[in-house]
Structures are given as C-alpha cells and as structure tokens.
Design a protein around this ligand. Structure first.
Ligand code: CAA
Ligand code: FAD
Length: 380
C-alpha cells in the first residue's frame, strides 16, 4: 500500500489551495449574503483547468485522475462551497457523462467548450415529484421521428440560470419503466424552454438553483445520449462519480471549519489559558481531525477505485454518506469552539455549517446512500 501522493497531485492540490485563498476568499461572505454567483471566479477556474479536470486533453480537458479531482475539490470547498458545487456538477456529472457516453459529434460540439469552462453545464434529473424516487420521471420526451418533444418541469437544478447546456432526463416510453427513460442534451434558448426563478437557500447561496420548464421543446434525435432507453442508467452511472465530488465537497467544508477552529482555539484565552489547553476543546479537535482523516481516506479510495477501473458505486456512496454526516457534525462543533463569535458571519464557520447541510441531501440523500450501500453488500 502506498499512501503518498505524486508530485503532480500535490501540485494540483497546492494550485487549488492558492486559488481558493487568493481568488475565492475575498468576497465569499458578501456573495453568500447577496446570493451572488461567482462569475469572475468560475471564469478563472475554467482558465486554470478546474472545470474539466478529468477530461481527455483532446477535448480541452486536463487529463487528470480522480484523486487529483478530490484534492482540488477539498481545497476549493474549504473556502467556497458555492464555487465547488459548480465545479463538481460541471466536472463529474456533465463532462464525465458526455465524455463517457456521448457521441463524437456531441463531444466536439459541447464537451470541448464545457471542459475549458467557456460554457458551463447542468444535470437535470430531479422533479417536483421525483427526487429520491428518480425512476418516477414525469417529464416526457415523446419520439417524433427526427426529434423528441420535451414537456415537464425539473426542480432544484444547480447552474440552472448560468448553464448553456442541460442534460435532461425524461420518460419516452412509460410502459418500459426506467428502461423507457432517455437523456437529452438541451441548449439554453431553445424555444419552449424557460428557466424559473432562483431559489432562496439556506446554504451554497452563491450557487444558482432553479426549476426549469419545458413546453413542447423540440430536441433533435442526435442530442440523445446513448441508445434509446439508456437515460436512467446514464443518470445512475454518472451519479456514482458525482458522489465522489460531493463527498470531497463535504470533506472540504469540514476541513475548512476544522482549520479555523484549530487556529481560533490557540488564540482565544479563557480561565488564564488558550482554550485549546482545556481538554474539552482539545478532545473536540481530536475528534474532528480523526473523522476528517477517515472521510479523506474514503474519498480517496473511491477516487482510486474510479482511476483503476474498479466498480465505485459502493465506495462513492460510502464516501458521500460518511463525509456528509461528518461535515454536519463537525461544522457544528467548529461553531461551538468559536463560542459566540462562531455565530456571526465574519468568522466563516456559520456559513460552513449551512453549506454542510446540502451535502446530506443532493446527489442522493444520506438515506439513499444507505440504500445503495446495503443493496451492494447484500446482493451476494
Ligand atoms: N449503475 C448502473 N445501473 C444502475 C445503477 C448504477 N450505479 N444503479 C441502479 N442501476 C440500474 C439498476 O440495475 C436497474 O436496472 P435493471 O432493472 O436493468 O437491473 C435500474 O437502474 C433501476 O434501479 P433500481 O431498481 O435500484 O431503482 P430504484 O427505483 O430502486 O432506485 C436509487 C434506485 C438508487 C434509489 C435511485 O433512484 C437513486 O439514486 N435515487 C437518488 C437520486 C439522486 O441521487 N438524485 C441526484 C440528482 S443530481 C444532483 O443532486 C446534483 C446536485 O445536487 C449538485
Ligand atoms: P424526497 O425524495 O422527497 O425525500 C424526502 C425525505 O424522505 C428525505 O429525507 C429522503 O432521504 C427520505 N426518503 C425518500 N425515499 C426514501 C426511502 N426509500 N427510504 C428512506 N428514506 C427515504 N437535482 C438535480 O437533478 N440536479 C441538480 O443539479 C440538483 N441540484 C440541487 C441543488 C440543491 C441546492 C438542492 C436542494 C437540490 C438539488 N437537486 C438537484 C435535487 C436533489 O438531488 C434532491 O433534492 C434529492 O435527491 C432529494 O429529493 P427530494 O428533495 O425530492 O426529497
């Protein structure tokens, strides 16, 4: 076993750390308060290669491994989880989905721009009545010969307002159940496609989450990803990798809160000594450090499975489940270590706690990760 990182992986981690400190930290509180999308910062992330990290360089990507992606996601998420969710959706749902299952024409047309961050993408599975129960798609894509006619509503779509390309899951043949579902590429501006109002959220407030409405939207047949009826499997396979990104996001949120709590505990004095010298605080830090390291290993293991062409459905679900639950627990503790100061915005930890909450919900709730894990361990 070798736990060491390569020089290239360390370089990517350090570049992400520097970018987060220099470009994301300034203004992060204001962006959260004002629900302001980090346009400039996302543009720079594209230029630095953070939006198509794992894409083959022939399509404009960085050709990096999933381990490097986890390292970068952790660093970006320590500072700004709103920016990191844009990064996660673009890298591991949109780019990966297109690169792995898209046609050469689709890759040339869309992936090359998505991988460089020239445009960003969105992944549209959830609906008002189909969240965890993702096979219950109500959005329909009726086969009209040379095109599909798309009708329905998608909910909670990350990058909903700022994306240019949307991967939309819809039911073509209800009689076939999940085997009648397709995944279609829909461009912004297509007639009948309306972006709904932006959600006012508890956390990741700098990211934009919208519902999307489709009324008789004509989608050319060549925009279907994979064979007819492949859409649900496309979504599930893509989400297995997406969950590695969100696990790393949760890890970053927790490690960001831990670093702040550690620093604060060495500066703040109570009863004549630094609060870190009170055992109750020192033990909280010990628990944080241990749980964060455990989450990091789970994230890196899932990424390593992916890099080595092993099945990662279970390891990614485990990483996401553990990292998300841990991030929620430990960001609360980071506030406790800060006392009253933790409750106000300028100390960052209250935002990290609000941001942690979403990691237990999106890309499959914690309960759904337990379904995935238990089905895997029970199937033999
Ligand atoms: N890879 C390939 N195929 C898979 C698969 C995988 N990882 N997981 C399931 N499938 C296949 C199954 O094999 C089955 O196919 P067959 O009938 O041919 O065997 C088919 O998919 C249906 O699977 P299930 O019978 O297991 O379906 P289910 O109704 O019991 O649901 C579920 C399974 C795991 C709960 C699934 O519905 C699920 O993942 N729900 C959560 C949805 C989710 O994660 N949404 C996230 C939206 S994106 C997002 O949130 C982005 C963001 O915030 C930033
Ligand atoms: P429900 O499925 O209604 O679940 C409600 C509760 O019931 C949860 O606690 C759930 O765990 C539990 N539950 C449901 N079924 C079971 C069961 N079988 N066993 C045990 N417990 C169960 N979706 C996209 O497609 N693309 C995106 O980009 C995207 N971004 C998002 C961004 C944000 C900020 C948010 C809030 C959501 C986003 N989502 C996105 C949607 C997200 O994936 C769903 O919210 C999530 O999958 C849960 O679905 P739901 O909200 O309908 O909850």
């Amino acid at each position: 076993m070798d736990f060491s990182l390569s020089e290239e992986q360390l370089m990517i981690r350090d570049a992400a750390r520097d970018f987060a400190q220099n470009e994301l930290l300034p203004g992060v509180i204001e962006r959260d308060e004002q629900q302001k999308f980090p346009h400039e910062q996302i543009k720079k992330m594209g230029e630095l290669g953070f939006l198509g990290m794992m894409v083959d360089p022939k399509y404009g990507g960085g050709g990096m491994d999933a381990v490097s992606y986890v390292l970068a996601m952790e660093e970006i998420s320590k500072i700004d989880a709103s920016a990191s969710v844009v990064m996660s959706v673009n890298n591991s749902l949109v780019c990966w989905g297109l690169e792995t299952f898209g046609s050469e024409e689709q890759k040339q047309k869309y992936l090359t721009k998505l991988a460089t961050g020239e445009i960003i993408g969105a992944f549209c599975l959830s609906e008002p009545e189909a969240g965890s129960d993702a096979t219950s798609q109500r959005t329909t894509a009726i086969d009209k010969g040379d095109h599909y006619l798309l009708n329905g509503t998608k909910n909670w779509i990350t990058n909903g307002g700022n994306a240019s390309v949307y991967l939309v899951i819809a039911q073509t043949d209800p009689e076939k159940g999940h085997k009648g579902i397709n995944a279609l590429i829909v461009e912004k501006g297509t007639e009948g496609f309306i972006v709904g109002t932006k959600e006012n959220k508890l956390g990741i407030r700098g990211s934009d989450t919208h519902s999307l409405m489709f009324t008789d939207v004509k989608v050319p047949k060549e925009n279907r990803i994979g064979e007819d009826g492949f859409g649900f499997k496309f979504a599930m396979k893509t989400l297995s990798g997406g969950r590695i990104g969100i696990a790393a996001q949760a890890l970053g949120i927790a490690s960001g809160a831990y670093e702040l709590a550690l620093k604060y505990s060495k500066e703040r004095k109570a009863f004549g000594k630094e609060i870190s010298k009170h055992q109750a605080i020192a033990f909280k830090l010990a628990d944080m450090a241990t749980e964060i390291e455990a989450a990091r290993f789970l994230c890196l293991k899932a990424a390593w499975d992916k890099d080595n062409d092993l099945n990662y459905d279970q390891s990614s679900a485990m990483a996401k489940l553990y990292a998300a639950e841990m991030a929620m627990r430990q960001t609360v503790e980071a506030i406790q270590i800060h006392g009253g100061y933790g409750f106000v915005k300028e100390y960052h930890v209250e935002r990290l706690m609000r941001d942690a909450k979403i990691t237990q919900i999106y890309e499959g709730t914690s309960e759904i990760q337990k379904i995935v894990i238990s089905r895997n361990i029970l199937k033999d």
